[in-house]
Structure formats: C-alpha cells, structure tokens
Design a protein around this ligand. Structure first.
Ligand SMILES: *Cc1c(COP(=O)(O)O)cnc(C)c1O
Length: 449
C-alpha cells in the first residue's frame, strides 16, 4: 500500500495501524539539510515517504504552511536555558494545524486525481475540531462534519468552529457529552454499508499523514538549536495525550536525527508516564484537567510505538493489543538494564505544577506558556544537562486557555487578535439530539449522492 492509500484508509483492514514498510535512514544527509528553510526541509523529508510527484508535493507544502503567521512556520525561542519550539502559529493557534493543514491539502490532491468525494466525520472535545475545519474549509470534493458536545466546549473553541461559514463545513452541537459524540461516530463507522455509501472518512490522529507532517519540526528545531549552541545531540520534551506528537520524534530519531532523549510529559491522565516508568500500560478513568487536549487514557498511537518496542513482530503486538482490549492492561518486560526504553523517559505534571510553571515563566522571563506546554516544560526541566540542550514543544497559544493563565498569574494576560475577532462574527451550527439516528439522518440530508 502506498502513502496515498494509507492516507485515505486510516485504519488497516484488520483494525491495526499503518506504518511505512521501511523508515529511511538519513544521517548522511543531515549536514546538507542544516540550513534549509522549513518548506524546503519539509519537502526533503516528506518526499522520502510519499507517492506524490515532487512538483505536486512542493505545491502542497507551500499551500499548507502559507497559512502560518511566522516565516519559520515553527520558530524556536530561547527562554532561559530552554529552547521553546512554538508550534502554535497556525490558523487555530494549536500544534494540530501543522498536521491538519497538510492533511487537508493531501486529501484535496488525491480526490482531484480520482474525482471522488470524501465526507469527514469527526468528534471533538475542543482543539481537533477547529484545526480539522480550518484544514478542510472551502476545499473541493470534501465536506467536514464536526460533532461537539453542546455547551461543553470552551466559548473560544466553539466560536473557532461555528464562525466558519464555508458551504462544505457542517458544525453539529450534540445534546450530550463528548463520549456520546464518540459513541455515535463508532456506530456510524461500524455500519460499513453506510460508511461506503456516504464515503465517510476521518482525520483522527492515527492518520499517517499527520505523523509525517510532525516529523519535520523535530528536524527543523534540532538544526536550529544545534547551530545556535554547537551541541551534537539534543533532547525534546513533549506534552503528550494520544502519543502522536512524540511518536513523530521517535521516528525522527530512527531516521538518524541525534536525539539523546525524548521526555514524555503527561498531566494527571498518566497512563503513558506510568508505562514508561514501570512497563505496565493500564487504563484508568479520565480526569478533566486544565490541559484538556491531553485528557486521554488510551493513546491511539501507542500501538505504533509498541510495534518497534516488541521487536517488529506483528504476532506479539497483536497479542498485546488483544490483552489490552480484553483486560484493560498490557505489560512489557524491562530492558536488560532495567529501564523501559533507552530513548523515552516520562513524568507527570499535575495542576499545581502546571500553574506554578506558568507563573514562574511569566514572572522570571516574561514568557507565557499555555497549560499543555507548561506540563512539558515542568517535566522536561528535570532532565536538563549542559551538553544536550532541551527543546520544549509549545503546543498551543496561551490565549486559547486564558482562564488557566488568569489562575496562574492572577492577571488577564492572554489575548490574541484572531480570537478576539471571532466574538463579532456570525455563526452557524445545527443542534441535534445525541442519537445515532439523528446524526445519520442529518448526514443523509446534507450529502448528495
Ligand atoms: C493534541 C494536543 C496535545 C497532545 O498531542 P498528542 O499527539 O495527542 O500526544 C498537546 N497539546 C495540545 C495543545 C494539543 O492540542
């Protein structure tokens, strides 16, 4: 299966996730790539994985990242001893734009070639919905239906979605919870006849194109920081939920980028941090926190990592995933020296740590971290070394989480003109009951066959 089929398929037929058959090893090319612009670097990396002609790929990259407000796309800021990789300069001010802008353009490219239509159905508790809508708005051959729980996303997040009035964007406020939205999605996708008839697709974080787009900024930031500091190896700290972002870093390392350590940071929903400290991956109930995009207990991309961790043996992996599906837990044996992974270390930042980190960075350095980024910084700082600079991924603009900033600093500091402008715009949204039948009927009405 090529890249384009993988993008359109999402999940493999047996319910597993897709990975490239081979990961290219590029260590010998790193010197030549050091000074490339973000766009040129994205081109060099992505062309190793995709079956899209060079000229088309260049155009896709150009279109995807012209929507970012910084010439470096993902700039690196030095704050005290830390290098903050700002991933939030895209249209919705969160790191998901990096992948979803690219995915939207890839979808359009493929659908133009095949002259097919695709109807994306997504459920969101906040950030993903607006990034998906922004990546797909106004595109030919694609409609995007986004369900959010009515009245249960933040007012800013709601406005980021419902103020998009393009004809191909359908916002649905479901009278229920996020779990209801997810349940409805699962049921509709489980009805294969319905799914095929209405050409339903997804943009969730398991789509390989999303991981691919995220690999680029690991290289970009590493080159910047190695040039700036003269270091030969670097470390990254990554605020983690579904393991998509950090998995891109893991692939970058396998490609030959000299990463000394990936620091995985979770909030109170710490299934991954527990795993990397004990080898035991065990599900617990989800807790609501001030970093809501990391409130996840089953990390959808973790299976990809496990494949490599268990020796690239599909049978072993299938066994482990079955154990997890039936018993809610799985266990991996420690390495000979007792650790779980030589590359990945993990820790947790709770609410108090998060607020303290935001406050300290504001008071000492005049720099505002959003609560997700603050979790990453909190855990990452435990691993600072003189030889290996730490790059902390900043995944959202603080203005998206103004309440947390207020709670941390006591001041109303976090604003962004893009978000402020939303308050005066007209909105469009359909409110529907939280039943599969209501959503099904709505899709049938909106999708011409
Ligand atoms: C989605 C998200 C994350 C978590 O990324 P994963 O790829 O799910 O690990 C962290 N921070 C923000 C702001 C996000 O939107």
């Amino acid at each position: 299966m090529g890249f384009k089929s993988a993008v359109m398929t999402g999940l493999a037929r047996d319910g597993g996730l897709l990975l490239p058959a081979e990961i290219p090893y590029v260590a010998s090319r790193l010197p030549a790539w050091q000074r490339l612009s973000f766009h040129d670097l994205a081109f060099e990396i992505m062309r190793l994985f995709v079956d899209i002609p060079d000229n088309d790929l260049r155009a896709i990259i150009e279109r995807s990242y012209s929507s970012f407000r910084h010439p470096d796309v993902t700039p690196v800021r030095c704050v005290d001893g830390l290098h903050v990789l700002e991933l939030f300069h895209g249209p919705t001010l969160a790191f998901k734009d990096v992948a979803l802008q690219f995915l939207g353009n890839v979808f359009e490219h493929i659908l133009n070639e095949t002259n097919q239509d695709l109807n994306i159905l997504a459920a969101t508790s906040g950030d993903t919905g607006s990034a998906a809508i922004c990546g797909l708005r106004g595109r030919e051959h694609v409609r995007v239906f986004v369900m959010h729980p009515h009245g249960r996303v933040s007012p800013i997040q709601e406005r980021q979605m419902t103020t998009v009035l393009d004809d191909n964007v359908f916002n649905i406020a479901v009278d229920g919870t996020f779990d209801d939205c997810q349940r409805i999605m699962k049921t509709l996708f489980g009805d294969l006849a319905f799914k095929d008839r209405y050409a339903l697709g997804t943009v969730n974080s398991i789509n390989w194109a999303r991981v691919l787009a995220q690999i680029v900024y690991y290289f970009f930031a590493a080159f910047r920081v190695m040039r700036l500091t003269g270091a030969r190896r670097i470390q990254f700290s990554v605020p983690t939920g579904n393991f998509g972002d950090i998995f891109a870093g893991y692939i970058a390392c396998r490609m030959g980028l000299p990463i000394r350590r990936l620091v995985l940071a979770t909030n109170e929903n710490d299934i991954l941090s527990r795993f990397f400290n004990t080898g035991d991956y065990r599900q617990r109930p989800v807790q609501a926190t001030i970093s809501p995009s990391m409130d996840i207990q089953v990390a959808s991309n973790f299976e990809r990592y496990l494949y490599y961790r268990t020796g690239e043996d599909e049978a072993v992996l299938r066994d482990l995933m079955n154990q997890f599906a039936t018993g809610g837990s799985l266990t991996v044996k420690p390495l000979t020296h007792g650790g779980i992974d030589d590359l990945i270390v993990a820790g947790t930042g709770g609410t108090a740590d998060t607020l303290a980190t935001i406050r300290e960075f504001h008071e000492q350095y005049g720099y505002l971290l959003d609560p997700h980024s603050a979790v990453g910084v909190h855990v990452g700082r435990k691993y600072l070394t003189p030889e290996e600079p730490m790059i902390a991924l900043a995944t959202a603009h603080p203005a998206k989480f103004g309440q947390a900033i207020q709670d941390a600093t006591g001041q109303d500091l976090a604003h962004h003109p893009i978000l402020e402008a939303l308050m005066d715009l007209p909105t469009r949204c359909t409110v529907l009951p939280a039943t599969e039948q209501a959503i099904r009927t709505h899709l049938e009405r909106c999708i011409p066959l």
